[in-house]
Design a protein around this ligand. Structure first.
Ligand code: CDP
Ligand code: CDP
Length: 220
């Protein structure tokens, strides 16, 4: 008792975590934490600074230095709106490279924990239910077939004006999921007690409704 409620939504790339998590947050009047954006921002900053993504000291220094502002669905870094630039697959790959470094994960730990504010939080990522909020009231592991995920991401990027081919995307997503699953620290896997939700054949609204149903019918 006394803890601010948290719903965690973890899962592989393009399973719909971000879209679904922000809609669940909106429905409940909760805050929303996009933890992947933090790793993407560190990836972006390192790419721009030409840092070797395996240089632990340099990448960690950059991770400790970021102070992004999340407001009105936009993300900014200093005076720059980086909402769209962090969504490319290049930045996603860089994010998953730097995310294997434990000291980078530690540098982002407090930033994520601070997002837990009244009246509640919906957090999405890879380790929200396992590491960051192990005491969350409701934990979801959101998945979808590789095919469904590739098509969703393809459509999303094309609509944003980001040029990709479906073949490259399938290859890159597979590579990134494997790297996320095989890493030693905070690997992508369902957290203990997580409900597995396969959205391959569900619309966004059906997925949101399922989670809201689990939320209202949870045992206290
Ligand atoms: O955050 P994550 O990478 O898991 O996925 P997302 O960015 O929320 O969703 C990827 C794309 O799939 C978005 O364009 C969503 O609108 C779409 N989507 C969908 O078409 N059907 C679903 N059930 C879930 C997501
Ligand atoms: O939207 P998508 O699911 O493709 O990726 P994301 O959630 O924005 O995360 C980008 C990368 O950051 C992932 O591939 C992970 O390697 C890393 N990440 C992580 O390690 N832990 C998290 N809680 C969130 C993201």
């Amino acid at each position: 008792k006394g803890q601010v409620p948290v719903i965690t939504i973890d899962g592989p790339t393009a399973s719909g975590k971000g879209t679904v998590a922000s809609k669940v947050a909106e429905a409940l009047g909760f805050h929303y934490l996009d933890s992947g954006a933090l790793y993407r921002i560190v990836g972006l900053v390192c790419l721009r600074a030409n840092v070797d993504l395996k240089d632990i000291a340099a990448v960690t220094a950059h991770a400790m230095g970021i102070s992004p502002v999340f407001a009105g669905g936009r993300i900014s870094l200093g005076s720059e709106d980086i909402t769209n630039v962090i969504r490319t697959e290049d930045v996603g790959q860089a994010a998953s490279c730097i995310a294997v470094i434990p000291s980078v994960r530690n540098a982002l730990f407090e930033l994520q924990r601070e997002a837990r504010r009244e009246p509640g939080l919906v957090a999405d990522g890879r380790d929200m239910g396992s590491i960051i909020f192990p005491d969350a009231e409701l934990k979801i592991f959101l998945t979808a077939s590789a095919e469904a995920r590739a098509h969703r991401r393809y459509k999303q990027l094309i609509e944003k004006g980001i040029d990709v081919t479906l073949d490259d995307l399938v290859k890159e997503m597979k590579e990134r999921d494997l790297r996320d699953m095989r890493r030693a620290h905070a690997p992508l896997a369902p957290a203990e007690g997580a409900k597995i939700l396969d959205s391959s054949f569900l619309t966004i609204q059906e997925t949101v409704d399922k989670i809201l149903y689990w939320w209202v019918s949870r045992s206290h």
